[in-house]
Design a protein around this ligand. Structure first.
Ligand code: SAM
Length: 292
């Protein structure tokens, strides 16, 4: 038995040993509380059949707790200074693979071919670097990786947006992009005090679980995401206004927009933020039929 990485004393000792200071520009806030890490891992309900993809292992605090429960952990770390540290801190675990790469530059198709061929269940777990939370989530969602669920720590405000329902302030195109694929719920809130250095904002852990049956089946996914985005460009304006700004104000286009809204059964004076996923789906299909 060795000491957990995620204690204030051990983390300080590791950082001192390697003469390291956290890099703000890389979103480095290390967790120094094993209870929180265990809670994150428990939220993923992982077992010895689960392959876990981690983004940003840092000095290995979360990686270690995942390694105890999972079949294997594959962790992507961008900061080359941390590679010798991880080699050292994770040496007790033979089921960890660290890949030195910017997650946003990974070809996930190639990665899948190389690492996930034998995987039975794939889960993503990460304490995300907050400056790239959204691009990382979208990259995984839009990939064809067989991801069953994701357990992600992020700024509380972003977590609220991912899991928001229609007609709330937090609901927007990000809520739709995520909820198209996954059920999203905030699992728990995390105080700043469990990090070193402490971030400026409160954090939350979100659980995203793949929808077993898609909530909407659309004719054209790109068209669906486009109409959802355009509905929120000016939040205070009506759907009718936002659609004209996005698709055009020519009489012929307005005619098609009117017709599409009519077919979809949506009142043009509503605001985009009141539309459910299903309504955006119906509207998108109608627009596609009108060749818009
Ligand atoms: N997992 C550790 C923990 O919970 O204590 C560290 C989490 S820290 C919030 C974010 C980590 O992501 C840092 O180690 C940082 O170097 C890494 N990182 C930042 N940008 C990245 C990127 N584009 N690709 C991969 N890792 C990245």
């Amino acid at each position: 038995e060795h000491k957990d990485i995620a204690t204030p004393a051990r983390t300080k000792a590791i950082l001192d040993k390697y003469h390291l200071a956290a890099k703000k520009s890389l979103g480095q806030n290390f967790i120094v509380d094993t209870n929180i890490l265990e809670k994150i891992v428990a939220t993923g309900s992982i077992d010895k059949e689960t392959t876990v993809i981690e983004v940003g292992p840092g000095i290995g605090a979360l990686t270690e707790q995942i390694a105890k429960k999972a079949k294997e952990v594959i962790a992507f770390e961008i900061d080359d200074r941390l590679l010798p540290v991880l080699e050292d801190t994770l040496s007790p675990y033979n089921n960890v693979k660290v890949i030195h790469q910017d997650i946003l530059k990974v070809d996930l198709k190639v990665f899948e071919e190389e690492y996930l061929k034998e995987a039975e269940r794939v889960v993503v777990i990460a304490n995300l670097p907050y400056y790239v939370t959204t691009p990382i989530i979208l990259e995984f969602l839009e990939s064809s990786l067989p991801i069953d669920s994701m357990v992600l720590m992020m700024q509380k405000e972003v977590a609220n947006r991912l899991s928001a329902s229609p007609s709330t302030k937090a609901y927007g195109s990000l809520s739709i992009a995520v909820q198209y694929y996954m059920d999203a719920e905030v699992a728990f809130i995390v105080p700043k005090t469990v990090f070193t250095p402490q971030p400026n904002v409160e954090s939350a852990v979100i659980r995203l679980s793949r929808k077993e049956i898609p909530e909407v089946m659309v004719k054209d996914e790109a068209a669906f995401f486009q109409v959802a985005r355009s509905a929120f460009v000016q939040r205070r304006k009506t759907l009718w206004n936002n659609l004209q700004s996005a698709y055009g104000k020519e009489p012929e286009i307005k005619e098609k927009l009117k017709k599409s809204l009519d077919i979809a059964g949506i009142d043009p004076t509503r605001r985009g933020e009141t539309l459910s996923l299903k309504e955006f789906g119906r509207l998108s299909d109608a627009l596609v039929e009108q060749k818009l």
